[in-house]
Design a protein around this ligand. Structure first.
Ligand code: AMP
Length: 284
């Protein structure tokens, strides 16, 4: 595995691969790798000749009161995990390399961002699509891999790829969970012991929602209320949102039908967690 820290070197390599017609599978991450990231890498490994992993904690996608400085980092560990997954190139630029000066142009996501995390983290998705535009131009992937853990991100990136005509296939992977159901996240290390126990109720409440739907419930408000109740009763966290939309359009629904997402975000003492399920509901 080769570690690349400059844009120029990365671009020289990927341009050459591109000219040779070599397929490039790309997994963008912010590091502190866990099984969720590794699943994406394994998919990329299976489906491409070359695998590129990037690790870059992108300051542009963090709000002023968010955890950019405190975001967990462990490059030595990430590097050895990447090596075990047979990554060919690990792109690891620093902030100065990616943003040598304040950006003169940034990308704005106009749709699918007025709900969920887009609403509670203003500017977040603009930061995401801006850095991804740069990374796509640097890595020139054939296929890019994203996790459904960040389902809204998948929806927004789908728009970016289509609207900006990137010749990239978007591939997704299901959420990887801890044995008790908590969605794996680099941020889980920020939970204290009691919160770690409580955090399982995010998943439990989504399971309850799934069960309600299986039992015939089609009213989103009633499902949202049950999720809220379960989280409020069983955790010390503060609910940021619990919402249900059509997926991937992220449009409101009065009655549940078709492909939907049920998503929630909960703030604990020093970390905000997100989780979701997507379901396909057949019309009755
Ligand atoms: P991050 O490093 O948090 O920016 O995540 C990088 C990629 O890994 C994103 O596409 C995430 O959606 C994905 N990812 C993070 N956690 C999980 C998980 N538990 N299961 C599946 N994919 C994940």
């Amino acid at each position: 595995m080769k570690i690349i820290t400059t844009v120029q070197e990365m671009q020289t390599i990927t341009s050459k691969l591109k000219r040779q017609g070599t397929s490039i599978g790309y997994v963008p991450t912010m590091g502190f790798l866990h099984e969720g990231h590794l699943t994406l890498l394994r998919k990329a490994r299976q489906e491409n000749e070359i695998v590129v992993l990037s690790i870059f904690v992108n300051p542009l996608q963090f709000g002023p009161n968010e955890d950019y400085a405190a975001y967990p980092r462990d490059f030595a560990r990430d590097r050895s995990l990447a090596e075990s997954e047979k990554v060919d190139y690990l792109f690891y630029p620093d902030e100065k390399e990616m943003y040598p000066a304040p950006p003169s142009v940034t990308v704005v996501a106009h749709q699918r961002t007025d709900v969920l995390c887009g609403k509670s983290r203003p500017g977040h998705f603009n930061g995401v699509v801006t850095v991804l535009s740069k990374l796509f131009n640097i890595i020139m992937p054939t296929r890019a891999y994203f996790g459904m853990k960040d389902a809204q991100q998948v929806s927004v990136v789908d728009g970016l790829i289509k609207d900006f005509n990137y010749p990239i296939e978007l591939h997704t992977a299901e959420i990887v969970r801890e044995p008790d159901g908590l969605a794996k996240s680099s941020r889980n290390v920020k939970l204290n012991q009691a919160e770690r126990q409580e955090a399982v109720y995010l998943f439990q409440s989504l399971q309850l929602a799934r069960q309600m739907i299986q039992d015939g419930e089609r009213n989103p408000a009633r499902i949202i209320e049950s999720i809220r109740q379960m989280v409020e009763t069983n955790t010390s966290g503060e609910i940021d949102y619990v919402e249900i939309y059509r997926y991937p359009e992220l449009q409101k629904l009065d009655r549940l039908t078709g492909r939907i997402i049920i998503a929630l975000a909960v703030k604990f003492s020093s970390v905000r967690l997100i989780d979701n399920i997507t379901l396909k509901i057949e019309a009755k």
